[in-house]
Design a protein around this ligand. Structure first.
Ligand code: HH2
Length: 273
């Protein structure tokens, strides 16, 4: 899919598959594997062959306790990968909490801003508005992955996540961001039970009327509930969670294991009529 096709598809009603390229030495499930430019680009191309509609490029691990990365280093990691994938005709998303990185990535061809800090920063909203690109607002309770797991004391996790996302989406739209995708932020400042609750009640988030994205791929709550130690062995558990989300109306699924997801989504749409 090219960027124009992605944008048309986002306005439609099908389910879109986002493949993950972590250009990091320390991501929780694939850190170090795609840290070099060539390996990262080859991985993005392979995911498109496997059925990804868009490739999400990130240069900072947000796992709890990850080493902070300077903006200069994040730029060095992601911009060439975005440029090369875009040159190959692929729709690319930039996964960053930093407006400077988003700006450079969009200038290099990214057609979606994926902000795990939920479009809190007005300058992040200004980048998406200024370049007329859609943005993902993902919920995390505080804008600091290092301490987010100390902030799981919600009154009601589903209500609190929804009110945060509703507020930030409204701000973004009012400031000119063309469309906002909402993401409950599975694993970001959530207990195991809170993650389950958010998937179980995803239809409440969907009812707000924005496209909803789900990113449970290989995450720790799957490992804990299903008893699977290694993140790369959590594909089956991931698919179960993602299909439960799609059943409740999720429009985008963010995944490391693209071929398995394409197969599952194809069969889901066949049997779903
Ligand atoms: N999860 C991760 C990173 N970015 N973006 C959205 N919108 N939703 C998510 O659930 C999400 C995200 C974490 O996964 P990963 O990129 O594989 O790990 P790391 O942060 O360690 O690089």
């Amino acid at each position: 899919m090219n960027p124009d096709q992605f944008r048309d598809a986002l306005a439609g009603d099908g389910v879109l598959l986002m493949g993950v390229v972590n250009v990091t030495p320390d991501s929780f499930s694939d850190g170090g594997r795609y840290y070099e430019l060539d390996a990262a680009v080859a991985h993005g191309l392979r995911m498109v062959d496997d059925g990804a509609d868009i490739v999400d490029v990130g240069g900072e691990s947000t796992r709890p306790g990850a080493e902070p990365v300077s903006v200069e280093e994040e730029l060095r990691r992601v911009v060439p990968v975005v440029r090369d994938l875009r040159s190959a005709g692929i729709a690319v998303s930039i996964d960053t909490r930093h407006a400077v990185v988003a700006e450079a990535a969009v200038a290099a061809g990214a057609c979606l801003v994926n902000d795990v800090s939920g479009l809190r920063d007005p300058s992040m909203r200004a980048v998406a508005a200024g370049h007329d690109v859609p943005a993902v607002a993902m919920h995390m309770p505080v804008d600091d992955p290092a301490v987010m797991q100390q902030h799981t004391d919600y009154d009601d996790v589903v209500r609190d996540v929804i009110s945060f996302l509703r507020e930030h989406a409204a701000l973004a739209l009012a400031e000119g961001v063309p469309s906002v995708i909402l993401d409950p932020g599975i694993g970001f400042g959530k207990t195991v039970e809170q993650n389950v609750q958010l998937v179980r009640q995803l239809d409440v988030l969907v009812a707000l009327g924005h496209p909803v994205m789900l990113g449970a791929s290989r995450k720790r709550f799957i490992g804990l509930l299903a008893g699977v130690e290694q993140p790369e062995d959590r594909v089956a558990g991931t698919l179960a969670v993602h299909l439960a989300g799609v059943q409740r109306g999720a429009r985008l699924v963010r995944a490391h294991d693209v071929a398995a997801h394409r197969q599952a989504l194809t069969m889901w749409s066949h049997v779903n009529g």
